[in-house]
Design a protein around this ligand. Sequence first.
Ligand code: BGC
Ligand code: CA
Length: 299
Amino acid sequence: MSSIKVECVVKEKCELGENPVWEEKEGTLLYVDISGQRVSRWNPSTNKIQSVRTEKCVGSVVPRKSGGYVIAEGTRFASVDWDRQKVTTIVDVQGEKSNNRFNDGKVDPAGRFFAGTMAMEVRPAVLERKQGSLYTLHPNHTVVKHFDQVDISNGLDWSLDHRTFYYIDSLSYQVDAFDYDINTGSISNRRMIYKLEKEEGIPDGMCIDTKGKLWVACFNGGRVLRIDPQTGTRLQTVKLPAEKTTSVCFGGKDYSELYVTSAYTGMDDAAMAKQPQAGCIFKVTGLGVKGIPAYSFAG
Ligand code: BGC
Ligand code: CA
């Protein structure tokens, strides 16, 4: 059995680091600093970071088949031309409350971009409740709203057979599942699959591994959980040296490395002194499991 190793690999801190995506072709890790308002890309072989600034809080970033990226920023979906450092609106989400912003997002196996919203926070996880919604940006650039009444729209992923959609509304402290129709992108039959224990913190970003198990980053929990969505049980806990662990993705060689983003938002000097690595990105190796490549937006 190999032993688990946690390394701090991206030392340039994010106030609210989120949404890591492994870019296989370039061998780079893409991520956002939501409140720091930038999209960044870290190259492990050179240790260089490149960034593009955004106008507003940027909740998530996804690769695009035709090149560049798409972000969910403020209340819009926008394209990012990396070389020109240019962000262009694809569509502003109609009817979205002006005090809302996009949060976590991911591309489904058919190339649709799912992303949800939340109200702006007074402090981490403190906000006007039930203001958020979950949306899909389809490849033809139409936007579909799935539901509203969301507190903090967060982690999402699809089962390996594409028949289930997993979703986290953070303040429910649950991981939920829906039936998924890959042909239309519609969801139905919501149910809970895992309820977090108090000391586990607030469920945030998540991703699936090649065995169909879910890896859930826990905000204020300093850990990542491995959940079996079939049995609703926790299989494993990996602790990290930062309390505000925000999101996860597999990457690196054969997708055997787990990257975990973190945040220092809302922390005072004393808390920062206790957790000098808050806001860094960690690499976990020796887990003995692998992830799957990220999908790209098809529009
Ligand atoms: C949000 C944060 C929030 C955290 C905990 C993150 O996805 O971007 O603003 O505090 O989840 O729920
Ligand atoms: Ca998140």
